[in-house]
Write a new protein. Structure first.
Length: 84
């Protein structure tokens, strides 16, 4: 995982019996609950309409890329942002 200023990159593995949309919803829901428990003042101020995550997301499969290639890409993203 790499946290960017306005998005995150994650490499996630899950069993095919789970729908990708449900995996994203579970991650967003659980992480938002944890964030707002630690920072209730932010939720009270109604930033983002009381939501931590936008409703949209982008997901892709590895396809013909290796896991190592994707891991290197994700790790490189933070370095690229610091050069801007």
């Amino acid at each position: 995982m790499e946290v960017m200023p306005d998005h995150i990159h994650m490499l996630v593995s899950f069993k095919p019996k789970y729908a990708p949309t449900n995996i994203v919803k579970a991650f967003k829901g659980a992480s938002a609950r944890m964030f707002f428990e630690k920072h209730p003042e932010i939720k009270r101020q109604k930033f983002w309409g009381g939501h931590l995550w936008s409703h949209s997301y982008y997901m892709s499969t590895l396809g013909n890329m290796s896991k190592d290639v994707v891991e290197r890409y994700i790790q490189s993203q933070k370095k690229d942002v610091s050069r801007r």
